[in-house]
Design a protein around this ligand. Structure first.
Ligand SMILES: [Zn+2]
Length: 604
């Protein structure tokens, strides 16, 4: 066996962290909320565009071959900009400021002019066929466990459309997510362990949260991981949870380790000259295999091919070269193939296998495959298999993969080349004033701890509560509500305890806008915390804000009303200082001010 040593390959990891901003969309005035209704639909077919040097991007070509129609659901938070029927508006100043503040907080060098570029997107996730992106700073670092991990760039860009449905020849997207600002923070490949990758991602996320402008949706933070262990750089895209970062890395390390071992065996046997698919339909038409019969009934042809020297390493033990080939075919909507490591099986008998082997002049170490596809897809399939094997043989595994929910990943496309960027001519370069830079720099937290201390001091709430508010990105909401309410401590307890409790009770969330209106109205009436909690309860349970705020239910009992109740209790007998508050509360569902009850009790 040809020795391929994986042990002394140094692991290098880099991260790209994407954070959605809650500032409204980047190039129009649409809000950054999730879709709550579909206003219409339209469809497009996208073609790769040539860049100025005339190269058609390899990824673009591959996608184009997929021949897919893209359908878009027009959400109620989209306009003609998202539909690509109107040029982008001016860049959202709040979003840009947030990106700059994040850059300053990581000591990244902010550019004094920001130029928006177009990055070619060919998977349909942008109606225009490109994504707008701008570098706002370069360099900088994040310190984790006393180690400095370098940053390369911080960019601001527009998020892609959300994939709603993927079919064989059509994909449906919603425009609700398209255009939401994303801050992309890229680290250098300085990370050396899987745990370090998790720690760095967490620190970056928490620090960015301090701006108070990060969305709190479940997919508001997404991580891409760059991994290399000596076989080229693999990019794993779209890891949604922090906890899945190390799982994805472990899975990728194993994949590359076993893949390189399998390729070692393959090379030792003499490698591969390419497969030729031969129409085998007539010869296998009498097979009892359901897959074969279903294929023929659907009008497919059954092709057979010989994969030289790949026998026993397509699927055996830890070796899974077959999966690599299947993934490559999937890109062209070809649902896979049957190979000799799984045969006899799928209703195909040993005799039939022997027949195919004889027909293809297959030798001991060769694998054979059967593939059920329309005649028109034969060349595409053959090409996809041969290209994939060639690539694996070069022991260069560099490619872009997509993260799966279970921590594994799947082949997505080759790593995109530099041909993917060109200037956005609809948006002039944005100059950032020096005074603005100074202001944002001084406002930028240089560490989470420092920010926590000053926040705790300023609002006089407990450090523990302050930490939760900051780390979960609720700083802006808290400040807004605390100012309206006038009692920060009450408000922090309300946000962290009472409201979540009520929401759990009804299994329903209160929209932030509704909460703000309630707080404002109840504060104006001078009603107090209990009234506000009651109002929130009624609002979540389905009543309208207008109805709730004028309702008598939430109005605290006044002194006269309380007097009557206290008298009634007195007449009925047992009345003591210790039980008077509880007794009064028992008599009414309305808010009660204990202080006033006490006064009445003592003065009567
Ligand atoms: Zn819009």
């Amino acid at each position: 066996m040809i020795a391929i040593n994986t042990k002394d390959k140094k692991i290098k990891i880099g991260l790209e962290i994407h954070l959605q901003l809650s500032t409204g969309k980047l190039f129009c005035k649409c809000p950054d909320m999730n879709n709550s209704g579909i206003k219409g639909k339209f469809s497009r077919k996208l073609f790769p565009t040539e860049n100025e040097s005339g190269d058609v991007d390899v990824a673009a070509l591959q996608e184009e071959r997929k021949n897919v129609i893209y359908e878009y659901e027009v959400s109620d938070n989209s306009c003609l900009v998202e539909a690509d029927e109107e040029p982008p508006h001016e860049i959202n100043a709040d979003a840009l400021d947030t990106a700059l503040q994040i850059a300053f907080s990581f000591n990244s060098e902010v550019l004094n002019a920001v130029s928006v570029m177009r990055k070619v997107v060919v998977d349909g996730s942008n109606t225009s066929g490109f994504q707008r992106t701008a570098v706002v700073s370069t360099g900088g670092y994040v310190t984790v466990n006393e180690k400095k991990v370098g940053l390369t760039t911080i960019c601001i860009e527009e998020d892609s459309a959300r994939r709603v449905e993927s079919g064989n020849d059509h994909t449906v997207f919603s425009l609700d997510r398209l255009g939401i600002p994303l801050v992309e923070i890229s680290t250098a490949p300085d990370i050396e362990t899987f745990q370090e990758a998790v720690d760095v991602a967490r620190e970056i996320g928490m620090r960015a949260m301090l701006t108070g402008n990060i969305r709190r949706d479940s997919d508001a933070i997404r991580q891409d991981v760059n991994f290399s262990m000596g076989y080229g750089r693999v990019e794993i895209k779209g890891i949604s949870k922090l906890s899945l970062i190390s799982e994805a890395l472990i899975a990728e390390e194993n994949r590359q380790k076993f893949l390189s071992e399998a390729i070692g065996i393959f090379l030792e046997r003499g490698g591969f000259d390419g497969t030729v698919l031969i129409d085998y339909t007539e010869k296998i038409a009498k097979s009892e295999s359901k897959i074969i019969q279903k294929g023929i009934a659907a009008g497919n042809r059954i092709f057979a091919g010989k994969l030289e020297n790949l026998g026993g390493i397509l699927k055996s033990g830890n070796y899974r070269i077959g999966k690599e080939l299947a993934d490559a075919l999937k890109l062209f909507s070809i649902g896979g193939f049957i190979h000799s490591d799984e045969l006899p099986g799928y209703g195909i008998t040993q005799d039939e296998v022997n027949e195919i082997k004889k027909f293809l002049k297959s030798r001991e170490n060769d694998a054979i495959i059967l593939i059920s596809i329309p005649e028109s897809k034969k060349d595409i399939a053959q090409d996809a298999i041969n290209k994939r094997v060639e690539k694996l043989l070069s022991l260069d595994f560099s490619e872009t993969r997509a993260a799966n929910e279970d921590g594994t990943s799947r082949f997505l496309r080759p790593i995109s080349g530099s041909g993917r960027m060109y200037p956005e001519t609809d948006i002039p370069t944005i100059k950032i004033k020096n005074s603005r830079m100074v202001e944002l720099n001084s406002a930028a937290p240089k560490s989470f701890d420092q920010a926590l201390s000053s926040f705790t001091d300023e609002w006089e709430i407990s450090r523990q509560e302050a930490e939760i508010i900051l780390a979960t990105g609720r700083k802006k909401e808290f400040i807004e509500l605390a100012k309206l309410w006038g009692k920060p401590r009450e408000m922090s307890r309300m946000i962290l305890q009472s409201i979540p409790e009520i929401e759990r009770k009804y299994r329903k969330k209160l929209e932030y806008g509704d909460l703000k209106t309630l707080v404002e109205k109840i504060a104006t009436k001078n009603y107090g915390r209990i009234s506000l909690e009651m109002a929130i309860d009624q609002c979540i349970s389905g009543k309208s804000i207008e109805e709730v705020v004028i309702s008598d239910d939430i109005r605290p009992l006044d002194r006269n009303e309380l007097k009557i109740i206290v008298e009634r209790i007195r007449k009925s007998g047992d009345i003591r200082k210790e039980n008077i508050i509880a007794k009064v509360k028992n008599e009414t569902n309305r808010p009660v001010d204990p202080k006033i009850v006490m006064e009445i009790y003592q003065n009567s």
